[in-house]
Design a protein around this ligand. Structure first.
Ligand code: URP
Ligand code: ZN
Ligand code: ZN
Ligand code: ZN
Length: 466
């Protein structure tokens, strides 16, 4: 299918517009859009015509936070780049940005090469990389410059996980200063890991071993405190900041206060914080382990602040932080000690649908849905307008979306390589019908027609919000 494709009769929704338009695709890119009733559209011919009557036609989703086959907590995330990107495609996501990891004592380049070895030739959709900086020193800082030039323009640092990925404030400040100079974007895991580790030891000593304790020791105020500290460090360094997986309303307040000062401070949240809560961590028979991730799921009361921030723009992006571990054999590593439960939730397949449900329920407008799921992550990470929108010249990453179809999420039907669903039994209105990646159909009326290796590595530019 290398010829011309025409998508006819749908409601084209981007972050900026909603129009009844036809889309002409040629050579993997969008050639033109024209009003459905126009003479221009009537004159178009193509090798393939997709009828989108009664459907939305939207940009492919951009999931800027995934961890395919990530080694973590003594095990490895269960989706490979092959299975995870195929599941993403099923769910209407056509680009992921995954996290390559620097090992302590090793170089950024070695970490990046290792992630290319895992991903190259195996992905169903396009992919880029952020870099996790686990070991800040002179050589690492110099390497940040070369990575930015090579299209890895964002660097995740951790205020949590002492002894694993943790950096102290001095190291964080140095990395931020370097980013201020080279145009990179520092992404922060903002939780006070030193204090949390004290609370973990105290909880275990007091006989608290169940998953519910995971949410309690990772206190909302320790997320807010770290968020505040990260913002101040970024100000001192003169660097922009992007806070990942924001879950606490007090952390949202810190971001909103910074943005009220016009600081270049950004944030993402994830579907699990919008749709799940600490109640899930309390599910009996160790089932709560299925919902262990960091930052943790919060009491339901936090959700309103997250939704509000997505509407006002104090949070710009919804990513999944997809990091699946099977219940059997992986989550179970933490039976009898919640601190040994591998952290992470599966979700790459369901982000577009869960956010569409928010449209159905009146929490987000259609355009805001596309903004937080497609356009904003593309802009944030230097992929726009090639990704994240539907415009002439953009990659033809296009989803035909049926807003009226009903579906029930379940491990029995999902495509992620994990033995449970965090949303088991949840009924949603709306479903992905057909997905094109650079003009090539990868999902056709619900069936997978793509192949491993279709996905290409995408070097990224600088953050486009600056
Ligand atoms: O629990 C989580 N979020 N696991 C993935 C690693 C991270 O901190 O993003
Ligand atoms: Zn994190
Ligand atoms: Zn993550
Ligand atoms: Zn191909």
């Amino acid at each position: 299918m290398t010829g011309r494709t025409l998508i006819r009769g749908g409601l084209v929704v981007t972050a900026a517009d909603e129009t009844h338009a036809d889309i002409l695709i040629d050579g993997g890119r969008i050639a033109a859009l024209a009003d459905h009733d126009s003479d221009t559209a009537a004159g178009w011919t193509a090798d393939t015509v997709i009828d989108a009557t009664g459907r939305y036609v939207i940009p492919g989703g951009v999931d800027a936070h995934t961890h395919m086959q990530m080694p973590f907590g003594g095990t490895t995330a269960s989706d490979t780049f092959e299975t995870g990107t195929r599941a993403a495609a099923f769910g209407g996501t056509t680009t992921v940005v995954d996290f390559a990891i620097q090992d302590v004592g090793s170089s950024l380049r070695a970490g990046l090469d290792a992630w290319h070895d895992k991903a190259d030739g195996r992905c169903a959709i396009d992919y880029g990389f952020h870099m996790i900086v686990a070991d800040v020193h002179d050589r690492t800082l110099a390497e940040m410059d070369t990575l930015v030039e090579a299209g890895v323009t964002s660097f995740k640092l951790f205020m949590a996980y002492p002894g694993v990925f943790y950096s102290d404030d001095g190291r964080i400040l140095r990395a931020m200063q370097r980013a201020a100079g080279n145009g990179g974007l520092v992404m922060m895991h903002a939780e006070n890991g030193i204090a949390i580790d004290v609370l973990v030891r105290q909880a275990l000593a007091a006989g608290r071993t169940d998953p519910r304790a995971h949410g309690e020791v990772r206190h909302a105020l320790l997320e807010a405190e770290a968020t505040h500290r990260a913002i101040q460090l970024a100000r001192v360094a003169g660097a922009p900041l992007y806070v990942v997986h924001v879950s606490a309303e007090q952390a949202v307040a810190e971001l909103a206060a910074a943005r009220d000062l016009d600081l270049p401070v950004f944030g993402e949240t994830c579907p699990q914080y919008l749709f799940l809560s600490a109640d899930n961590l309390a599910e009996p028979d160790f089932e709560g382990a299925k919902y262990v991730c960091s930052t943790p799921l919060r009491p339901r009361e936090h959700q309103a602040a997250l939704w509000r921030a997505l509407r006002t723009g104090d949070l710009q992006v919804v990513s999944t932080d997809h990091c699946p571990f099977c219940f059997a054999g992986q989550k179970e590593l933490g039976r009898g000690d919640f601190s040994q439960i591998p952290n992470g939730l599966p979700g790459v397949e369901h982000r577009m649908d869960l956010l569409h449900q928010a449209v159905v329920e009146g929490r987000l407008t259609r355009r805001r849905w596309i903004d937080v799921a497609c356009a904003a992550p593309a802009r944030m990470f230097g992929l726009y307008p090639r990704k994240g929108t539907l415009a002439p010249g953009a990659d033809a990453d296009v989803v035909v979306y049926d807003p009226d179809a009903e579906q029930t999420l379940s491990a029995a039907t999902h495509h992620m390589n994990v033995d449970y669903s965090a949303y088991e039994g949840r009924r949603l209105t709306g479903r992905v019908e057909t997905v094109l990646s650079r003009g090539v159909r990868v999902v056709d009326r619900g069936a997978y027609v793509g192949h491993a290796g279709h996905g290409q590595y995408v070097p990224r530019g600088l953050c486009q919000y600056l």
